[in-house]
Design a binder for this molecule. Structure first.
Ligand code: SF4
Length: 244
C-alpha cells in the first residue's frame, strides 16, 4: 500500500482523477486496468452493484481480480450468488477470512451476538471480522474497486468515481457507478442476465451480515435495514469511512 502523500502528490492525483468523474463506468474500469493491472481489484460483497461490476469487468478484462471478505456471518443466499457468479464467469474469487484467533477471543469474551449490545461492541465485531480483513487485502493493492453509489446513504453523497483513499495510505478508490440510480443498476442486471442475490427481491436493497441486515418497508431509506437499531450516521462498518 502507498504511504501518506504530500500536498503536491495529492494535487497531481486529484488533477488526474477528477476528469474521470464524467466518464462511463466501463471507461473508468478500462482506465483502472490499464493503470493498475494486477494491483487493482474489486472488493465484492456480491450485492447488486458488485455483480454489475463483475459483469462489466468480465467483458473488459476477464482476468480482473475479485476479492471477497467472508466475515463468517453471511447469509446462505450470498454464498449461493457467489457460486452462481463463479459458474457463469469462470471467475477465480479470492475469498478471505478474518483472523480466527481474534474472532475466537472476541466471541468467548462477549458472545456470538455482541453487536446488539452496544455501538462499541458492533464496531469491534466489524473491525475484527471486516475492517482488519480489508486492511490485509488492501495491503497488496494500489487500487480497489467498489460498488458505492452516492444515492445509497447520507455518508456517500460526495463519492467520486476515482478518489484518493486517505484512510488507506492514499491508494486509489475506484467507484465506477457512483452516479448511478438504483433503477439503472436493476436495468443493467436484467438486460445482461447477471446472477444476483435473491434477498434483493425480498426487500433487502443492501446486504451485509445476516444478523445485522433486515428487509426494509416501502419508503424507508435504502440502508435502513443495515444495523437498524442504530442512528443513520452510525451506519458504516468502517470499510468506507473517509477521513476529512
Ligand atoms: Fe459483525 Fe454485524 Fe459487523 Fe458483520 S455486520 S461484522 S456480524 S457487527
Amino acid at each position: 500500500m502507498l504511504k501518506a502523500m504530500d500536498t503536491e502528490t495529492i494535487d497531481a492525483k486529484t488533477t488526474e482523477y477528477d476528469p474521470l468523474n464524467t466518464q462511463s463506468a466501463e471507461e473508468v474500469l478500462q482506465w483502472t486496468f490499464e493503470k493498475f493491472g494486477d494491483r487493482g481489484a474489486l472488493m465484492s460483497s456480491f450485492g447488486l452493484e458488485d455483480v454489475v461490476l463483475i459483469d462489466m469487468m468480465a467483458k473488459i478484462n476477464p482476468k480482473a481480480r475479485v476479492i471477497t471478505l467472508d466475515t463468517g456471518r453471511l447469509n446462505q443466499e450470498t454464498y449461493d450468488v457467489m457460486d452462481k457468479i463463479r459458474d457463469k464467469y469462470g471467475l477465480h474469487i479470492e475469498v478471505m477470512f478474518p483472523d480466527s484467533k481474534k474472532v475466537q477471543e472476541m466471541v468467548r469474551a462477549k458472545g456470538m451476538n455482541l453487536f446488539y449490545h452496544s455501538l462499541e461492541n458492533r464496531k469491534e465485531c466489524c473491525r475484527v471480522r471486516k475492517v482488519d480483513l480489508l486492511n490485509r487485502a488492501l495491503g497488496n493493492l494500489d487500487a480497489w474497486i467498489t460498488g458505492l453509489r452516492r444515492a445509497q446513504v447520507v455518508t456517500r453523497t460526495e463519492t467520486k468515481k476515482v478518489e484518493i483513499d486517505h484512510d488507506h495510505g492514499g491508494m486509489a478508490k475506484i467507484n465506477p457507478i457512483a452516479d448511478w440510480a438504483v433503477n439503472q443498476v436493476w436495468d443493467y442486471v436484467k438486460a445482461n442476465q447477471v446472477p444476483f442475490n435473491v434477498l434483493h427481491e425480498r426487500g433487502y436493497p443492501s446486504i451485509g451480515c445476516a444478523p445485522c441486515t433486515r428487509a426494509i418497508s416501502t419508503g424507508e431509506d435504502l440502508r435502513a435495514g443495515r444495523w437498524w437499531w442504530e442512528l443513520p450516521e452510525h451506519k458504516e462498518c468502517g470499510l468506507h469511512v473517509q477521513s476529512p
